[in-house]
Design a protein around this ligand. Structure first.
Ligand SMILES: [Fe+2]
Ligand SMILES: [Fe+2]
Length: 202
């Protein structure tokens, strides 16, 4: 496909959309647009650079349909060892997506790259953009799990609480499925538990 890519100029939103519609399943594209939409609502509320967050949303699941061996070799080709991610390979589309955005799409914004990298596991001390992408991934309009409505209102009231609730819900799901829980997620739980308790104590 023709992608007028140069290292100096990151992919435009149009390039991104072209990539998504030609490489991903339709339901995945719908999810990605849902995340972009949810993120837009939150960024208006929390006052943050809209372009950055919207781009991060479009990038976030770009590599979600790739298999384990593709993701592992892509990461290694770019000098990154998947490490613990090998135990939970479905999380690899996040770090690999961040590398893809940087190396293939020419994305330069560190915050955008981090929002992609940590959208699955979370991490302690996420930036506002990272938190908005993390939470939007759970609350976009296509999601319909038990408690999603409460999570949507929580996201509008207190983003840290919403991050914590999303983390806990995904961890309890992974436990039920007997899947590996990334240590970064557990560290994020500890961090956001402390942050929200500190707020409560005020
Ligand atoms: Fe994802
Ligand atoms: Fe997603």
């Amino acid at each position: 496909m023709s992608m007028n890519y140069t290292k100096e100029k990151p992919w435009s939103k149009r390039d991104l959309m072209d990539y998504l519609t030609s490489h991903l399943k339709e339901s995945r594209v719908r999810h990605i647009l849902g995340v972009a939409h949810a993120a837009k609502e939150l960024l208006l509320l929390y006052g943050i650079d809209s372009d950055k967050v919207e781009r991060a949303a479009l990038y976030h699941d770009m590599l979600k349909d790739k298999d384990k061996s593709w993701l592992v070799s892509f990461m290694r080709e770019h000098g990154e060892e998947p490490g613990e991610g090998l135990l939970a390979w479905k999380t690899l589309h996040a770090p690999a997506g961040s590398i893809f955005a940087k190396e293939i799409c020419g994305e330069r914004d560190e915050d955008t790259l981090n929002a992609i990298r940590y959208h699955t596991t979370g991490r302690p001390g996420m930036s506002l953009a990272e938190k908005i992408i993390f939470v939007s991934d759970y609350i976009e309009e296509g999601r319909n799990f038990d408690g999603v409505e409460q999570l949507r209102s929580l996201a509008r009231e207190d983003l840290d609480q919403a991050v914590l609730a999303s983390l806990l819900s995904s961890i309890s799901y992974l436990r039920k499925m007997n899947e590996h829980i990334m240590s970064q997620s557990l560290e994020a739980v500890a961090y956001y538990t402390e942050v929200t308790e500190r707020k409560d104590a005020k």
